[in-house]
Design a protein. Structure first.
Length: 91
């Protein structure tokens, strides 16, 4: 299970494109695609290089008007879904 102390990064073999501010990702190996909204797209940008989840939360708190607790919960839920889909690396 992902927690705030994990380090995450993108999988290198996931193809992505930006469609009007939303990231669309394709897992060619599994034949699946994913579309990310504004905040999800921002997180995807942030995790280009390995980064601690707590640092992701810090970045988002600078950009969005949300409480730390709510931000942490939403980031962990979102990254958990990406991990379940096997499109990120978690350490």
């Amino acid at each position: 299970m992902i927690n705030i102390n994990n380090v995450v990064s993108r999988r290198n073999d996931i193809d992505t494109t930006d469609l009007n501010g939303e990231i669309v990702m394709m897992d060619l190996e599994k034949g699946r695609y994913f579309s990310l909204n504004g905040v999800g797209s921002r997180i995807w940008e942030i995790i280009e290089e390995p980064i601690g989840i707590n640092k992701i939360v810090d970045y988002l708190l600078e950009e969005y008007d949300v409480s730390r607790n709510e931000c942490e919960e939403n980031v962990l839920e979102f990254l958990g879904k990406l991990d379940d889909a096997n499109i990120i690396c978690v350490d």
